[in-house]
Design a protein around this ligand. Sequence first.
Ligand code: HEC
Length: 136
Amino acid sequence: MSPRLALAVMLGMAALGCSDVEIPHVPEGVPVTYADHLEPLVLARCLSCHTAEEPEAKLVLEVGTGHGEMVGRASTQVPEVLIVAPGDVESSYLWRKLIHDVEIGRGMPRTVVGSIKLPDEEIELYRRWIEDGALP
Ligand code: HEC
């Protein structure tokens, strides 16, 4: 890798806050669960702004709280929409935030350099999780 490319990759990773978290590979047919597959990613990329002390948009994504905070719970921004509607990706507000299809606020995650999109395979994991029933 050229030094310039290495620097670009490092800056990209710093912007994502993802120096040490790996996107898990979940084999086809294995349901994606929050605790096993998504929570480590959420803690690395989302917790900094969604802490219990000062949760942005009143959303607390601390260890053990993220599933209950999002699944079946109304969005504070668009109260007629659930943050996560199990089995229904298109109706889930979280999904709109992740693909940056939002009327209120920005796409997630936000960073110091503005809103960014997660890597495709990570967004895909959220999609599978919701489709598989948004298991705990
Ligand atoms: C740098 C700070 C920051 C980070 C990191 C961040 N968020 Fe947010 N989040 C916010 C802010 C600020 C809002 C409210 C304004 C907006 O929507 O832009 C918000 C709002 C939300 C909402 C809307 C909640 C509701 O009830 O309507 C969701 C869902 C959300 N964030 C999920 C996430 C997820 C998932 C991640 C990680 C992938 C993440 N956020 C990372 C700052 C952040």
